[in-house]
Write a protein that binds this ligand. Sequence first.
Ligand code: SAH
Ligand code: SF4
Ligand code: F3S
Length: 469
Amino acid sequence: MASREEVIIKKEEIENQKQIMQLVKNINSGYEKYAFVETYGCAQNVNDSERLLGMLDTMGYKKTLDKEKADVILYNTCAVRENAELKVFGNIGALKAIKRAKPHVVIGVCGCMMQQEYIAEKIKKRYKHVDIVFGTHSLYRFPEILYNVLNENKRIIEFKNCDGFIAEDLPIKRNSDISAGISVMYGCNNFCTYCIVPYVRGRERSREIEEVIKEATHLAKSGIKEVTLLGQNVNSYGKDLENYYDFADLIDAVSKIDGIERIRFMTSHPKDLSDKLIDTIANNKKVCKQLHLPIQCGSNKILKIMNRKYTKEEYLEKIMKVKEKIPGITLTTDIIVGFPGEDNEDFEHTLDVLKKVRYDSVFSFIYSKRPGTPAAVMDDVLSPEEKKANFDRMLEVQNVISAEINQTYDGKEYEILVEGESKTNKEFLTGRTDGGKIVNFKGEKELIGKIVKVKIIKAHTWSLSGELV
Ligand code: SAH
Ligand code: SF4
Ligand code: F3S
């Protein structure tokens, strides 16, 4: 395991990258340059893309949503399931035409997929129009990579096999002025047997509490109202820090910042959900009453093979504690259907958990084989058709529960942080309750960024409609 000194990128190295950003800016001066960045995967990848856009902005590239207009095209990829990877291959294939028409356009692929050597190699060999390949561990070196490509007109395929770094003080360009994600720790040590994340994101490493506070304070000063503290295993924050602060301490520290009105966090591992953290969610007014607690499967046999380190009973006990201490809390989870070895009896346990917990919503996935993970060589019991049938059954059960829970919101008033105009109807605004439920209602644009009271007039399965009080 790398030492703290090896994990944190030295100030001089960050300074070096900043100087290179100026060099690229000089190359670009006098031209209108644009960058297109497409993101796949989780909130952490979204946050990484904000850093990439921050660096690109410093180098003189304006953000564009139009690929055809871009001088730099970057795909920040996700490796968690095969279909995410296939989509990326399809999309980079389609860039060939752009490269042929405009050879000066720099095409880059980065992120979790590129942290797998065989994939970086495949792109090197078969996608010759891609100029840049780099994985998550090289993100902070993006300015240098881009500079070398522009200057020397050659391809750079970088693969760094290591435990990962923490790079502070890179520029960032945020997607929203109201709500922001802050990565507080990186990587994962859990090695669930189905999951690629520990291989592509490296070992768990926490940012210093002062750095998180600095970032959150800066965000609050710029008008941000809500922060989401991010980590693959966010509630194990601090375990690697010399001055030990746990995740609950971090939340309390962030909540003392003036201007931050709401705090959310993602993702918690059930084994690391402490009583102290439950009390913090219950007692700290700024912490949203919402918990995403992935169970993955309800069968103890399967949980064991998944290496999840809890049983169905232990999980349910934690949930009951949470419900007791925080009545009305919004609960969500992740479920994998069709893990190797799962039979129909195992699957019944998953349905049983859904019925007992009554989640507000469930993110469910059919198991996808990830080369290099232990589960990739395990045998299936169920056929693809049987897995699909179970998956559909689960959705049916959950949709009824989601709709029933949303129905209980009808006629009640909630405080909503207004996040923007509704995407489908410009007359409507959209925002979230403290519990994270999406509410659409009619209102003036001036309300964006404010917390307003809204009465729910109609409940739908996935959202709520309301009117201003
Ligand atoms: N760190 C988080 C999230 C990891 S990835 C956690 O521990 O919960 C997000 C979700 O993707 C996981 O919760 C899991 O449900 C799903 N997932 C991960 N690997 C998968 C695979 N090989 N096949 C299908 N779903 C997978
Ligand atoms: Fe993957 Fe498990 Fe780590 Fe989550 S806790 S990122 S599912 S290995
Ligand atoms: Fe995907 Fe990487 Fe996130 S694999 S889920 S983008 S950490």
